[in-house]
Design a protein around this ligand. Sequence first.
Ligand code: PLP
Length: 452
Amino acid sequence: SGPLDREAAMHTQAPHSADLSNLWMPFTANRRFKAHPRMLAAARGMYYTAADGHQVLDGTSGLWCVNAGHGRQPIIDAISRQAAHLDYAPSFQIGHEDSFLAASEVAALMPDGLDRVFFTNSGSESVDTALKIALAYHRARGEGQRTRLIGRERGYHGVGFGGISVGGIAPNRKAFSAVLLPGVDHLPHTHDLARNAFSRGQPAWGGEPFADALESLVALHDASTIAAVIVEPLAGSTGVLVPPRGYLERLRAITQKHGILLIFDEVITGFGRLGAATGSAFFGVTPDLITLAKGISNAAVPAGAVAVSRGVHDAILDAGAGGIEFFHGYTYSAHPLATAAIRATLGVYRDEDLFARARALSAPFEEAAHALKGRRHVIDIRNLGLVAGIELAPREGAPGARAAEAFGKCFDRGVLVRYTGDTLAISPPLIIGEDEIGRIFETLADVLATVD
Ligand code: PLP
């Protein structure tokens, strides 16, 4: 047994001795959690060890981020070496070699032409960075009036003011609605339960009509005022909404026609989730910018990036007149621990051919997910690559309660799933085996039978 196992054993003897009152937990019903805390103590491979000692199969890659599984030795070693070797280096006006190597290695995984890389520390920062690049690009080309940003209903783009403005989740916006970015509009979301329920992979209906809503927004606002459209190729956080066939292709055609930049938020779809390096590669649609985070570092160190087309990058640099071209950056952009984690993570993906593994597993994963059809409460099942959403009929007067109950019961039975509204989301590490895929969905089937 390794050090992690020993650490886990230690934790099992004393679940926790912490005072829970000081920590204000993010996106959590704090009072409810603190009354019945569920705590994780250690992680290795496909499993968490809960604080009470029971093993929990990680059906969600943490928060869609630990794509190579937990506690991977090459990543641990790279971070440890780097911490001892170069703990921190600024990236403003000075560089460190690993940051350039990491950028080249990320660029090599991006679609052709998107090979300029700006480092951030999170998905939210990547989104705000991409929106600012879009505005700077148009201004650099003498089209500074192109300031309008278009997101999508049910889009999740993190929690910066830019991200919640283009995002389409009402509760994330409500308390701050007076100060959201001006000049933002939204496309309709692409979820159509009546026509597309229980689609396997990409739904057949809706690609053109949903994408053509962009033509209506262009007609309304005029193309000359619109800077960029941002969408998740597959919307993860709002319940696994798979793009209908033809939708992304058409968004690309319309944005191109009108000189509007297209941003794919690939914080979830990047790094193998769909069985390819990016959603862009999976769908065969190349945007102008791609936002990345999560799987870029296997979540071992917070990290994110924006991959930018040469055209967009060069336009901004050309306008720079020899000075700083883009007044933007973070103290921790290209933090040495992050670039070390990124390089080691990409090495694991490559050495273990994990994107191909995800692609090969997507068929048995789809079978296992759709085997839940006909189970109590299940009104839709959606899947693509190694991600699935199981939508439950809401309990009368208590939307979300069924999925929350199923989540708790799965955890107690040793399987971690995620819930958002009444949808359960499954997105396991790409190292998962077929037996473990079976266990996730069989546990869900058992649990659903016990949910009112
Ligand atoms: N964009 C997408 C598509 C996401 O799924 C997320 C997080 O789930 C974010 C942005 C925000 O990332 P972070 O929480 O790292 O800021």
